[in-house]
Design a protein around this ligand. Structure first.
Ligand code: SF4
Length: 379
């Protein structure tokens, strides 16, 4: 077994974990086969020994204790630090500045490790940082579904109080084509298990994942699964994909066809329309999403959220194109921003210079996003 390689952090976290300390429990993704996901491609999955994770926790504890004891967080620590200790020091300093309330366990699926190991890590966190209110992780439905109810309850009792699951869709046809490694039944089983254990559940839905062919099925099946689970959060993410990726690699029949913003808005509208009898908070909390103003709690806000989508769909085509370009160019955050004459003028100028019209806006934006993805720019 390899010896301790020092404090580590993985590449990603959910936006809602910006104030959290990131602790790496595993490296990369144990599945790594979803056709739309490039985050860990070519990276080998490995478990980190519990002792290494505990050493990371202790290192952060040492630094936060030093910093709280009067070491000025703006200056360098007095001891000579290795590069990984520097990473830990920076993490401790940032976390202290954020109030040390939450921890996010990385990478893609911390629930894949043996429950007793996860419990040992959680207990050590609680011992070192008893003030921590929230410990969260990404998890695959398949991993959660395999854990017994008793073990999941013990995991929750040891401190894991929120998991983020990438449901993406609950259409079995799409799940199979994108090699998600989960079925609708597995998603439902995992979601219900998490809820029964008292773990707060965030389900991610990927809009556009069905392409033109499966957009309606995606909305209907996903809404049905969410109705059965009643997750605490439903979070929308927009699929942006290089044209070179064969998203439906698991099918000999279908080839993925990307969808316009209007089709995706209709997809979300249908999904929301079908949500029934649940109390989830619905969020569109990623800057890549077109309609970030979708934010409300069911059932009270359902009609208001649906009205946001209808308003976008019903905009005159020219205004709709202006909003699409304004949102993607960072001039607008929400539709009402179109009423700011200065910003609107700037967006109209972009459209004029780039030859963007109501007729070609979807192709133009698609090409722009492709170029940005190729160059590694944010889009
Ligand atoms: S399970 Fe998650 S991290 Fe792993 S390949 Fe699929 S989407 Fe990517």
């Amino acid at each position: 077994m390899q010896s301790y390689q020092g404090f580590e952090q993985g590449p990603i976290r959910p936006p809602s974990e910006a104030a959290s300390l990131l602790l790496r429990v595993t490296r990369n993704c144990p599945w790594n086969r979803c056709t739309f996901c490039s985050v860990y491609k070519k990276q080998k999955f490995s478990l980190r020994p519990v002792a290494d994770v505990i050493a990371d926790i202790d290192t952060v504890h040492r630094f936060t204790t030093q910093l709280q004891g009067g070491l000025d967080s703006r200056v360098e620590p007095t001891e000579n630090l290795s590069p990984s200790e520097w990473t830990a020091f920076a993490a401790a300093r940032n976390w202290l500045a954020e109030g040390m309330q939450s921890i996010f366990l990385q990478d893609a699926d911390s629930l894949v490790i043996r429950p007793e190991n996860l419990i040992a890590i959680l207990r050590h966190i609680k011992m070192r940082f008893p003030q921590v209110e929230r410990i969260t992780s990404y998890a695959r439905s398949e991993s959660v579904a395999r854990i017994s109810d008793a073990q999941l309850a013990e995991i929750a009792a040891s401190g894991l109080n929120r998991i983020h699951i990438g449901m993406e869709t609950a259409s079995d046809a799409i799940l199979q084509m994108i090699s998600k490694g989960a079925s609708k039944d597995i998603h439902i089983t995992a979601g219900l298990k998490a809820k029964t254990a008292g773990i707060e559940l965030s389900e991610y839905v990927l809009t556009g994942i069905g392409g033109r062919e499966f957009s309606r099925e995606h909305a209907i099946e996903t809404a049905d699964a969410l109705n059965r689970i009643n997750p605490d959060f439903i979070r929308f993410r927009t699929l942006h994909l290089m044209d070179s990726v064969n998203l439906f690699a698991g099918s000999d029949v279908y080839r993925y066809q990307w969808t316009s913003d209007v089709v995706q808005a209709e997809e979300i509208l249908l999904l929301l329309e079908r949500l029934d009898g649940i109390t989830s908070r619905v969020r569109s909390d990623h800057s890549y999403n077109l309609l970030q103003e979708i934010d409300g709690t069911l059932p009270d806000d359902k009609l208001r959220l649906m009205a946001i989508l209808k308003n976008f769909i019903d905009l005159p085509p020219h205004d709709r194109a202006i909003f699409q370009v304004g949102k993607r160019s960072g001039h607008f955050v929400q539709m009402s921003d179109m009423e700011r004459p200065g910003s609107r003028k700037q967006v109209e100028e972009i459209c004029r210079q780039s030859g963007i019209t109501a007729e070609n806006v979807d192709e133009q934006l698609h090409d722009m996003i492709q170029k940005r993805m190729r160059s590694g720019m944010p889009y």
